[in-house]
Design a protein around this ligand. Sequence first.
Ligand code: SF4
Length: 328
Amino acid sequence: MNTVIADLGIEPYRSQQIFQWIWQKNAADFSVMTNISKELRKSLSEKFTISGLKIEKKLSAKDGSEKFLFRLEDNNFVEAVFIPEGKRKTICVSTQVGCPLACKFCATALMGFARNMKAYEIADEIRIIQREKKVKITNLVFMGMGEPLLNLKEVAEAMDIISSSVGLSISQKRTTISTAGLVDGLDYLLTSPLKVKLAISLNFPNEKVRKKMMPVAKQNPIKEILKLAREYSHTKNMVTFEYVLIDNLNDRLKDAQNLLKLLKGIPSKINLIPYNPHPTLPYKSPSQEKIKKFHQYLLLSKHTITLRKSRGREILAGCGQLAGGVIK
Ligand code: SF4
């Protein structure tokens, strides 16, 4: 925006005012920007329009979570989920239209991949949900559709809008970027100025099963991922390992033992996520008994262990269930 404003010969501080009107005050057109002269507002209106994502559909779950289907300017669709939990108001954000990584257990993968989202589109998911829900969003998880580390340039730019005090003003420390484990992207994150939390979807401690279920694992070995995760947790922030528990695939005690062996010496949190089934996929969540045993075994370790409550399952808003509302 700074460059556009400078090219028009307008004082640089005006760009900050306009930015604040759009991102913080939800201005839908220039006429409401009362701290800007009438002439300038008129000239801006002649040259530009303010547009945003369109809400195509909303679905609410009994637990208060709400799934938003957004239409983008090119008529593609993405989904984001609002998850309230006491004072904590979280949004699960999408970063790509679809996803090219084709994890076998994930509904988003069934959509294929259309394109990367632009920084302003990513940030707009948050602005619009915040406006609709009339609450201050406290936390963000980049865990919606897509692999954020494949769209790092736009994700980093979106973070500028999100964390700016004249933008959405959400701290990077309350933002988690979740990845399927891309070595190049992790390398970049380590050296970038971003201060976000990192979550890695490890899911399968057995490399052979991991390669079968998450094709991206073929080029990104667990050993390399863990080397970078160790560095990240020592130099930046404690890393969370996401573990989606799937019936008969990774839910045996042997898997729990292998997981702890792999994570030995890495200060980290393990987040167990019982699989959220999707009508178009053959996988199931393990029984409550199996989940309990797995969880209890991990609790004996030094890691912080959380067992994620399933949120928004009936509206297909759970982890791995987002599919842009377009799967036939
Ligand atoms: S689990 Fe994540 S990385 Fe894998 S296909 Fe789904 S959205 Fe992509």
